[in-house]
Ligand binder design. Structure first.
Ligand SMILES: O=C(O)CCC(=O)C(=O)O
Length: 246
């Protein structure tokens, strides 16, 4: 897809789907680096950067955040890559790479990702930010595919409330109204396929109901250089957190 039409699709739908954005070899390298990172470094990570479906059970690893802080390979992926260039094209400004994440949904117990808008966590003004989601293996309805509500980025921020999902503490409680369901698009992805969404696009992911398949993906977040912290939104969020308790 030409840069021009990528941008117009992104503006219209709030997301783009780029099949085979990375080659089989590139995905094999990322997976190998991740496996090595998990084997050698994950035990020493602070709890805010690593989460398990079952506490202290390493076989149920669900999420690692800020990989770029701990491993120069992932710093390169975030800062000096085609991902950065793509983020700049979509946001039409310089971008700041914020984080590289690893998402897994372990077989049978990998929970659904609640419907949410990343911007609710980001709290930016203007809301100039994109999230990228790269499939590291086959992902479909059985093991936790990602879905987007087409055009939802144009409708502002929906009400969010606390969820019980570790790593995704905020969700849209009234998700599921006809306007959501009619516009929801699910993505069956192969290793190397890339999804990119705007910070206001409503999205979620299904649970992993398979017996044996994992569901591995890499996430990247970029903020536009113009995006500043929305101090009022942040203060309201912190107040809500304090009222609800830990
Ligand atoms: O992989 C998932 O389950 C969800 C990822 C997600 O919410 C995101 O990339 O913003």
């Amino acid at each position: 897809m030409e840069a021009e039409s990528l941008k117009s699709t992104f503006d219209r739908d709030g997301f783009i789907y780029l099949p085979a954005f990375l080659s089989t070899e590139q995905i094999a390298e990322i997976r190998e680096r991740l496996d090595r990172f998990i084997a050698e470094k994950s035990a020493a990570l602070p709890p805010e950067h690593i989460k398990y479906e079952v506490k202290e059970d390493a076989t149920t690893l669900k999420m690692i955040q800020d990989l770029q802080v701990y491993d120069p390979f992932f710093a390169d992926v975030l800062f000096t890559s085609t991902f950065t260039k793509l983020a700049e094209e979509l946001l039409e400004e310089e971008v700041i790479g914020k984080t590289v994440e690893y998402f897994n949904k372990p077989p049978k117990i990998g929970k659904a990702t609640p419907p949410h808008q990343d911007g609710y966590y980001f709290m930016l003004k203007p809301m100039s930010a994109v999230t990228m989601w790269m499939a590291l293996e086959d992902v479909d309805a059985e093991n936790g595919w990602v879905s987007y509500v087409k055009g939802s980025h144009k409708l502002g921020m929906r009400h969010h409330a606390f969820t019980n999902t570790l790593g995704f503490s905020q969700g849209i409680p009234d998700f599921g109204i006809p306007a959501d369901m009619e516009k929801e698009v699910f993505f069956k992805t192969k290793p190397g396929d890339l999804l990119v969404h705007h910070a206001l696009t409503i999205h979620r992911a299904s649970p992993n109901t398979s017996e044996h398949r994992t569901r591995k993906a890499m996430g990247l977040i970029y903020f536009g250089a113009s995006a500043a912290e929305d101090v009022a939104a942040k203060a309201a969020y912190v107040k809500a957190l304090n009222q609800t308790g830990p």
